[in-house]
Ligand binder design. Structure first.
Ligand code: HEC
Ligand code: HEC
Length: 262
């Protein structure tokens, strides 16, 4: 019995952690029987249940020291008045929101809301104050060559030339492989988290269409003369060389070993 006790305890702890990890962030709440209410009203209820602990009543933001709110979260977050439909559409469709704690970096994850619920919350947040609408980019009007040029100038410093992402100091820069045209357009105009925001003066809509065309194109780069290996340059290439070399060396040793022993 004495011996099994630590194992039983360990098992319980592991089981509890497993359960905690399996919960969606911040305990998503979906008010029932909403189908026939106007979109903005559905959105306001979803907002109150899932977002207000950090973004405050009526999207006013929570700047005072964290309080415990819905989902038992210590809330703190910026005001959403004036972000329009653009930012909630981006932050909800990428799964960036809701965060579990106010201090983590938002990242692309499973989306916990249906399309209808996202449209409802977006409509509600957009109704709080005037702000930018969801953009409608036209990458087919852009030029790949100009896009590559602008991407290199404005984005590649963080996102690398073919949009693979990487690290800037301790911030994670995501790959652009998962973003669609609308999300790329939104990200550039919003500047989520550590990313700078680009106004129409920095990057015109026309130039942005070219950047989007280039980013979408670079999702499937044509690998001239060989193997892409993740398209992130010399480090993985070196690793692959090492793997091949190690495999070759081990094979040679095995052959020599066999010869010697027979
Ligand atoms: C200073 C570094 C920096 C620059 C310059 C930059 N970004 Fe970003 N970008 C980021 C970071 C960091 C994130 C992640 C934001 C987050 O976690 O909330 C991001 C996120 C994105 C996303 C969302 C990707 C996803 O799937 O989560 C897109 C799309 C994007 N950037 C496109 C661009 C484009 C296009 C440009 C150039 C016009 C650009 N970025 C310039 C740092 C940068
Ligand atoms: C645990 C706290 C927390 C919760 C819960 C949360 N947010 Fe956020 N939210 C933040 C923080 C912190 C930021 C700032 C992050 C950044 O700059 O990218 C943010 C940023 C945003 C932004 C971008 C604002 C801007 O100025 O561009 C939007 C939109 C947003 N949240 C919507 C939502 C919605 C909708 C929900 C509910 C489904 C939600 N958030 C739930 C903390 C939270």
């Amino acid at each position: 019995m004495r011996r099994t006790l630590p194992f039983a305890l360990l098992f319980l702890v592991l089981a509890a952690t497993g359960l905690a990890l399996a919960q969606p962030p911040s305990g998503i709440v979906r008010p029932q029987g909403q189908g026939d209410k106007p979109l903005v009203q559905q959105g306001s209820q979803l907002y109150a249940a899932n977002c207000s602990s950090c973004h405050g009543i009526d999207g006013r933001g929570v700047t005072t020291p964290p309080i415990r709110g819905a989902g038992n979260i210590k809330g703190q977050g910026p005001s959403l008045r004036g972000v329009g439909a653009q930012a909630p559409d981006f932050y909800l469709r990428t799964g960036y929101m809701p965060l579990s704690t106010p201090h983590e970096q938002p990242y692309r994850t499973r989306v916990f809301f249906s399309d209808q619920q996202i449209r409802a919350m977006t409509a509600y947040i957009a109704s709080l104050a005037p702000g930018p609408p969801i953009p409608t980019p036209q990458p087919e009007t852009g030029s790949l060559a100009k896009g590559l040029h602008s991407f290199t100038e404005h984005c590649a410093g963080c996102h690398q030339v073919v949009g693979e992402g990487g690290y800037v100091t301790d911030k994670r820069v995501p790959t652009l492989k998962d973003a669609n045209a609308t999300e790329i357009n939104e990200a550039v105009r919003i500047g989520p988290y550590y990313m700078p925001k680009f106004s129409r003066k920095d990057i015109s809509d026309k130039e942005l269409n070219s950047i989007i065309a280039y980013v979408l194109h670079s999702k499937n780069p044509t690998d001239r003369g060989g193997w892409g290996i993740g398209h992130i340059g010399p480090v993985p290439e070196g690793l692959v060389a090492w793997f091949i070399a190690i495999f070759a060396l081990v094979s040679i040793c095995a052959v020599i070993g066999k010869r010697l022993s027979s």
